[in-house]
Design a protein around this ligand. Structure first.
Ligand code: NAP
Length: 282
């Protein structure tokens, strides 16, 4: 039976630190402020944005939500770029994020690249991605950074360990691999073209699943005692929220494991709050 990693506990720890610093800045007359741009009416995005607003309120951070719903993406995109430009120059705004995914017709790359890197609290701008690569960063991508905080909280040192990351997306898999490498892990990234995926996973002391496929990682792919981190936010055949790891069988083999929900998710928002604070301090 594995140790269950409690994401809510780690998130509460991070949030308490952030709230204390936000309060200190407020006493100096600085109101930490996050601008959130939402385009269209994607129900999942609306839930994420509500959770971000709730977290801001809890920590004393001001959130300003800009909700745009243009039927014509060509016109909409220009207006959003204008909005981003004004927020970039607004001294009262510390962090800016544009909730992804954007509706069809919008160019995520153009919009992400328009955000001033020093306000890019999601760390999606190429400048911030490059800084993470160099190990010399202001902001870390929220999901991988939350995972590193969690490993740290549970005293799990990745130095010299075999770390396998399943998935190579720009927002999770690639930065995750980079952060594990920066912390001296021996990192392998696997993806849809990897031929011996199960075999590579079985070598992992630390296995991170960021695939987006329910129950993709099964017990037979996990080394006895491994640390298993499940990033997935998937729906099973009954529409119930689940992860990329088959938790029921995996927890019998893993040494540590994150549940879904209650694992990686809560930390991601906590890290966004931390990045907003960092932006304000800069
Ligand atoms: P993504 O952009 O769809 O990337 C999925 C990755 O998995 C890709 O690199 C893909 O490989 C790989 N993959 C897909 N099918 C595979 C297969 N059969 N064998 C091996 N690799 C396979 O997804 P993402 O944005 O990284 O998100 C991954 C999961 O994490 C999703 O469930 C998402 O909802 C969740 N998520 C959670 C949080 C959180 O805070 N908890 C944050 C972000 C994302 P290729 O590159 O070769 O196509």
């Amino acid at each position: 039976m594995s140790n269950i990693i409690d994401g809510k506990l780690v998130a509460a720890h991070i949030k308490a630190r952030v709230a204390a610093e936000v309060k200190e800045l407020k006493q100096k007359g600085i109101n930490v402020t996050l601008a959130v741009i939402v385009v269209g009416n994607d129900p999942a995005s609306e839930v994420y944005v509500r959770n971000k607003e709730k977290a801001c309120k809890e920590l004393g951070i001001i959130s300003k939500v800009f909700h745009w719903d243009f039927s014509d993406p060509k016109m909409g995109q220009d207006r959003i770029l204008e909005l981003i430009e004004s927020l970039n120059y607004d001294k009262g705004i510390n962090g800016i994020l544009c909730q992804l995914p954007l509706p069809a017709g919008y160019d995520e790359k153009v919009i992400t690249n328009a955000i001033n890197p020093s306000k890019d609290v999601d760390a999606f701008h190429p400048v911030n991605v490059g800084k993470i690569m160099l190990g010399d960063y202001d902001f870390l991508s929220c999901t991988p950074a939350g995972i590193m905080e969690m490993l740290n909280y549970y005293n799990i040192d990745v130095t010299g360990k075999e770390c396998v990351v399943v998935g190579r997306s720009n927002i999770v898999g690639k930065p995750m691999s980079m952060l594990l490498l920066n912390e001296n892990g021996t990192v392998t990234t696997v993806h849809s073209c990897t031929s011996n995926l199960a075999e590579v996973c079985r070598r992992a002391d630390v296995l991170v699943a960021a695939v987006g496929k329910p129950h993709f990682i099964t017990a037979d792919m996990i080394k006895e005692g491994a640390v298993v981190i499940d990033v997935g936010m998937d729906r099973d055949e009954n529409g119930k929220l689940c992860g990329d790891v088959d938790f029921e069988s995996a927890e019998k083999v893993a040494g540590y494991i994150t549940p879904v929900p209650g694992g990686v998710g809560p930390r991601t928002i906590a890290m966004l709050m931390k990045n907003t604070l960092t932006a304000a301090k800069q």
